[in-house]
Design a protein around this ligand. Structure first.
Ligand code: IMP
Length: 200
């Protein structure tokens, strides 16, 4: 049985202001006091897990242990089928310290070379941890294919080279709201809300 969330406060285990705001917006209907790991000055744990879920769990558990409050963390990235799932959990790292995603996309393209298998998917893992050690986790994916050269100025990260199945536009060309409705993050959040926040 999935544990229902009944606390008044929740730590979002992220130091990324944009991510915290997005999560706060999604949870707005549930009248929870959201506080970020940065606001509480919590240390950022090293992401040593070998899956998205392991890293999300590790981040949520660290924040709940340090704060004594329930904590929500996410971990996400792009998995390329012909590259055995790379860059995967290393998606941010492929962009280097300067967070250069033109470079990261070029690296994906270079490694794919002439490979005709252009399938890829984004993954979002969410973990909700309670101070007593209980953890719930949920995963969302969106499948599609990679194009080259990249197209579109919107979105971030690998968005301009990813076309979701059934669509003609890349995530970099698609209106923000449309991506938000169908993204890997949206799928994972819907599972989290259905499992832990909705109903009684
Ligand atoms: P993290 O979840 O903050 O560790 O970041 C994961 C990395 O995956 C990001 O820096 C992006 O490169 C990539 N990523 C995750 N979600 C998306 C997305 O929706 N579009 C494009 N890139 C993404």
């Amino acid at each position: 049985m999935v544990r229902h969330f009944t606390a008044a406060r929740l730590v979002v285990a992220s130091h990324n202001g944009g991510k915290v705001r997005e999560i706060a917006d999604l949870l707005a209907p549930f009248a929870i006091d959201i506080v970020s790991a940065a606001q509480l000055d919590l240390p950022e744990p090293e992401e040593t897990g070998d899956t998205f879920t392991a890293n999300a769990v590790l981040k949520a558990a660290a924040a709940t242990q340090a704060s004594g409050l329930p904590a929500l963390a996410d971990d996400s990235g792009l998995a390329v089928v012909a590259l055995n799932g790379a860059p995967g959990i290393y998606s941010a790292r492929w962009a280097g310290p300067g967070r250069d995603f033109q470079m990261a996309m070029a690296l994906v393209q270079e490694k794919l070379g002439e490979n005709a298998d252009r399938r890829a998917y984004f993954v979002s893992a969410l973990a909700l941890a309670w101070p007593d050690g209980h953890v719930e986790h949920f995963e969302g994916q969106v499948h599609g294919k990679l194009i080259w050269p990249p197209r579109g100025e919107d979105g971030f990260g690998y968005d301009p080279m990813f076309i979701p199945d059934g669509y003609g536009q890349t995530f970099g060309e698609m209106p923000y709201d449309e991506k938000q409705r169908m993204s890997h993050r949206a799928v994972a959040f819907q599972k989290l809300i259905d499992g832990c926040f909705s109903g009684s």
